[in-house]
Structures are given as structure tokens and as C-alpha cells.
Design a protein around this ligand. Sequence first.
Ligand SMILES: Nc1nc2c(ncn2[C@@H]2O[C@H](COP(=O)(O)OP(=O)(O)OP(=O)(O)O)[C@@H](O)[C@H]2O)c(=O)[nH]1
Ligand SMILES: [Mg+2]
Length: 346
Amino acid sequence: MKVGLVGYQGTGKSTVFQWLTGVAPDPAKVQQGQVGTTKVPDDRLAKIADKFQPKKLTYAEVQFLDTPGLLADEREGNPRRLAVLRESNGVVVVLDGFGATDFAAQLAKFREELLFADMEVVGNRIPKVEAQFKKAKPAKEREADEFELATLKKVVAALEAGTPASRQGITEQEEKHLRSFQMLTLKPEAVFVNRGDGGFNDPLPADLLALAPTATQAPVKLEKELAELDDESRQAFMADLGLTGFSRDRVVRDLFYAMGREVFFTVGTDECRSWAIDRGSDAVAAAGAIHKDLSERFVRANVIGYADFAAHHFSEKECKLKGLERTEGKTYTVKDADILHILASN
Ligand SMILES: Nc1nc2c(ncn2[C@@H]2O[C@H](COP(=O)(O)OP(=O)(O)OP(=O)(O)O)[C@@H](O)[C@H]2O)c(=O)[nH]1
Ligand SMILES: [Mg+2]
């Protein structure tokens, strides 16, 4: 999963990128989108590992992409700057929360950039399809061209009216003609407010909190600076500022879940591990996250819910005795933090 950090110039994307990934931003790489990888912290997995003391402890990961900032008053060049995002699986809009206060207006304006970029890429295809009508073609192909053209025009009109592709009710058949555009407004979107050293304890405005997924915030630069201090001064400063802890782990988790992902666990004395999957995945897809082979030879999954596992000392044996380990088939919808044991044929 690759998540693009996007925003206007100077909203702090590179600062947030470094804070999330520990990777120093390299101006030479930003045009292509610099990638950094982060483990998704998980207290539940940490507790499981406390019990199992495995040889290896492995966390699911998420990749963040630092991208070039957009120019607020030069819309023409922005689609080109956004092109680096096409291959990402989701976008995090980073808003300036240290120099500006109009968060909702910033977001609305930025969303227009995404709409505009999609309009351009889809709209550019229209004359190419129209040119097809000048050629003699069998009726079947003609019909396909007509369908494609109608789809493109409908999508562009809706984008022009301000409706992101994700809310256009695009059908499977229409999606086939749109897939190659990798539309930005079709990707999951989260909003992050990069707070300055004041106001970070204030709640976000209601319209941002009402977003689904809800917007999150943190004083990123401040936390980075505090992390560099020695323990004593850090504690003194934090007490002064009314900061009770660092928010990086929470933000990584918030963004991971905001992208429509969740985890399941595999446990044992060799390895305890969290695996990232799309929310709502079935057991076969979960097996495929471990290994393609495992999904192809899937027979069944033994499942213990996390709450049951925790309530019974993280003991598979105890859960089995209590009848809390279920046997599930291919179509079982995995729940976040399920403990899975996949059984496959030889
Ligand atoms: N005061 C203050 N300055 C910040 C904060 N976050 C970032 N900055 C500053 O804002 C400037 C831009 O930060 P970057 O992280 O480079 O912003 P960016 O979004 O990557 O910028 P571009 O890549 O040019 O679009 C830097 O000078 C940062 O030090 C903050 O929370 N408070
Ligand atoms: Mg930058």
C-alpha cells in the first residue's frame, strides 16, 4: 500500500513524511515521489508477542510518498505535479495548520485540483474516441466506442459539477474504461492538519471532524523538535505545553485505517505477525496476503477473535477448549485483529 502525501507548497508534506517514515526528504527525489516505509504500530500485536516471546516479530507496513507541492495560483501546471500520485493507492491531504486557519477552505480548494487533474486526463481521451467514429467499424466495436464515449462524457460532466469519481456510482462496466486513468478522486482520501506550536490541543472544526474518515491532526514540527531533546528538557517542555505524549504512532494507525485497510494476526513461537488487508476481505484474500500459493490451495481457516484471545491469556489451547476457535471457509469475512491459522492442501 502506497499512500501519497499531497498538498499545496509548504504545507509541511516533507516534514510529515520524515516524521512518519524516519526517511530524510531528498529534494532530488520529490518529483518522482520519494518513498518511505513505516511499520503500522499495534498494541495488540505487542501484547501477543509479550506472551509468545517469538523469535521474530513482524509488523504490517505502509509506504508513504512525498510529493511536490502544488501552486495555489497556477492551476495549469498542477495536474503534471499530481501525476506522481497515479500509482498510489490513496491520498492524504496535508493542510497548513501552522500558518493558516481556514482548513475547510484549503481542503475545498485542494479537492478542486484533484477534480481538475482527473477532468484533464479523462477529457483528453474524448477526442481520441471521437476520432474512431470516422473509421468504418463492425457494429459491435461501434457499440463499444459509443459506450466508452458516453462513459467519459458522463464522468467529466460529474467532475465538472464537483463530484469526485468515488461518489459517482461508477458501474463495473464503466470502470473498465476508466481503470487506466488511475483517477485521483477514486482513491481513498484522508485529511491531515499539520498544526504549529499553538492550537494543537484545539479540536478541529466540525466540518473536518464530520469527514469520513475523520480528519486528524498533530503538531509535527514541534514533536520532531521535542524528540531531539534530552529526556529531562523534553519532559519539562511537554509538561509546559500540555502535551501528554507523541502522536506519531496514532497518526500512522489513523492513516492506515483511513485508507480502508485493516490487519489480521498469525501467531507462534517462531513468528508473531500482523498482515495488512483491505477491510472486508475474505479468508482467501487474507491467505493471499501471506502467499499467493496459500490462497490457491486454501482449504479452511481456524479463527479466534482478538477479544476472545486476549480474554483467555492469548492461549490458543484455552480458546480451543472453550470452543472459541471457529472453522471458517473461503467466504468468511475477516475481522480486524482476527487470529488466523490457514490450512492449505498439499
Ligand atoms: N512554524 C512551523 N513551520 C512548519 C511546520 N511544519 C512545517 N513547517 C515549515 O514549513 C516549511 C515547509 O515545510 P516542508 O515540510 O518542506 O513543506 P512541503 O509541503 O514539503 O513543501 P513543498 O515540498 O515545497 O511543497 C519549512 O520551513 C518547515 O520548517 C510547523 O508545524 N510550524
Ligand atoms: Mg516537500
